[in-house]
Design a protein around this ligand. Structure first.
Ligand code: NAP
Ligand code: MG
Length: 399
């Protein structure tokens, strides 16, 4: 066998929980370490160690991504009351993804992995649609009031100079509900910049959609920030790259998306992105075939799978029962991170290896070798359903 591919800069490696932690170790051992002289700075984000370190390990990992530029993360448990009991936690720690996102201030881009035999539910879709969700503010940082009876609801802003802007929201003649939401020019600009940069990197058209006809100040501000930045900084670059930026009303966008061939990036506000990315990923076939990358406006990248820790499979695994868990999105998290590392370091061998690994995964699925979730939806005639390790071993044989 030829010599292993060398790395100059380490990847920030964030281990995780349950079934994906098992898959994580197997991917490294079977699919990466035999071919790459893997250098990582390892952070154990498994729930037990997060608890031991009072979640400091998550903060340290996020800061390491700022230092090295590229991280790869395994799925992790976001604790709820049941997990606090199960792991005897000191407290209900916050979502690691949320913690990392708030430190890196990024946008999450999600792209389906297409393979022959796994057909999108929408017939016209030939190429992947990448969803770009603004991950700050709006309804996720809202303030709500249940009005118990009649009364007046007002929106009040007090500037640091003491100047007040006041508007009536509604004169209630009986009980009702109200909510306040916000966003900041700073966060929206970061979102816009990340989307423009990502589109240039991927050489794909960028669409952005909101409800500016109804929300003439709030949504309109998003539209204006994108428009100004495009005109002032990106128009020429987009033209040179042969791609376009396109704004349209969200109602129009959904109709166009369904009729499209795919192949573009669709940027959306926080709530729209949350809902639409679940719909688009499901319509492409499977959550286990969805890649996810967090890109910060400063150019840091964190790769992960879009799915969770696959708890139900893990409990079967613990009982010694066979499992057929799909490792594709986690393998693509690794290949995405290795490719980006290669690009940043001018290490073509490393980027080429990422391509080779992905081709091996797709060749397997397109030749009928796949895990149970895909076997259930594949349109191929001859399918060999593999167990969790069987699939990883088959990818290795293909490499
Ligand atoms: P999940 O892990 O995504 O799994 C939900 C179901 O989807 C599974 O039971 C399985 O269906 C199917 N599935 C998901 N990924 C699969 C794969 N790779 N291969 C085959 N089937 C797959 O979501 P969850 O069970 O709701 O959450 C489990 C834990 O993950 C939670 O503690 C949650 O906090 C965490 N989570 C983490 C992240 C993250 O770190 N990014 C994201 C989401 C959730 P069947 O059981 O029908 O086979
Ligand atoms: Mg959602």
């Amino acid at each position: 066998m030829s010599e292993k591919i060398q790395m100059t800069t380490p990847l920030v490696e964030m281990d995780g929980d349950e079934m994906t932690r098992i898959i994580w170790a197997a991917i490294k051992e079977e699919l990466i370490e035999p071919y790459v002289d893997l250098k990582t700075e390892y952070y154990d984000l498994g729930l037990k160690y997060r608890d031991e370190t009072d979640d400091q390990v998550t903060v340290d990992a996020a800061n390491a991504i700022k230092k090295y530029g590229v991280g790869v993360k395994c799925a992790t448990i976001t604790p709820n009351a049941q997990r606090v009991e199960e792991y005897k936690l000191k407290q209900m720690w916050k979502s690691p993804n949320g913690t990392i996102r708030s430190i890196l201030d990024g946008t999450v881009f999600r792209t389906p992995i297409l393979a022959k035999g796994i057909e999108p539910y929408v017939r016209t879709w030939k190429k992947p649609i990448t969803m770009a969700r603004h991950a700050f503010g709006d309804v996720y940082k809202n303030t709500e009031i249940r009005a118990e009876g009649a009364g007046k609801a007002e929106l009040l802003f007090t500037g640091t100079d003491g100047k007040e802007t006041r508007k009536t929201i509604n004169e209630f003649d009986g009980p009702g509900i109200l909510q306040g939401v916000f966003n900041t020019d700073r966060s929206i600009s970061g979102f816009a910049r990340t989307c423009f940069e990502f589109a240039l990197g991927e050489k794909k058209d960028l669409w952005f959609a909101s409800k500016d006809t109804i929300s003439k100040t709030y949504d309109h501000r998003f539209k204006d920030i994108f428009e100004e930045m495009y005109e002032n900084e990106y128009k020429k670059k987009f033209e040179d790259a042969g791609i376009t930026y396109f704004y349209t009303l969200i109602d129009d966008a959904v109709a166009r998306v369904v009729r499209s061939e795919g192949g573009f990036i669709w940027a959306l506000k926080n709530y729209d992105g949350d809902v639409m990315s679940d719909m688009v990923s499901t319509a492409f076939g499977s959550l286990a075939m969805m890649t996810s990358v967090l890109v910060s406006p400063d150019g840091y990248y964190e790769y992960e799978a879009a799915h969770g820790t696959v708890q139900r499979h893990y409990y079967k695994h613990l009982k010694g029962e066979p499992t057929s868990t799909n490792s594709v999105a986690t393998i693509f998290a690794w290949s995405g991170a290795l490719r980006k590392r290669g690009e940043m370091d001018g290490n073509k061998d490393l980027s080429d290896y990422a391509d080779r690994l992905e081709r091996a995964v797709l060749a397997n699925i397109e030749n009928g070798r796949m895990t149970g979730d895909l076997a259930g939806i594949s349109t191929l005639d001859h399918i060999e359903k593999l167990d969790t390790m069987g699939f990883i071993k088959a990818v290795k044989a293909e490499i």
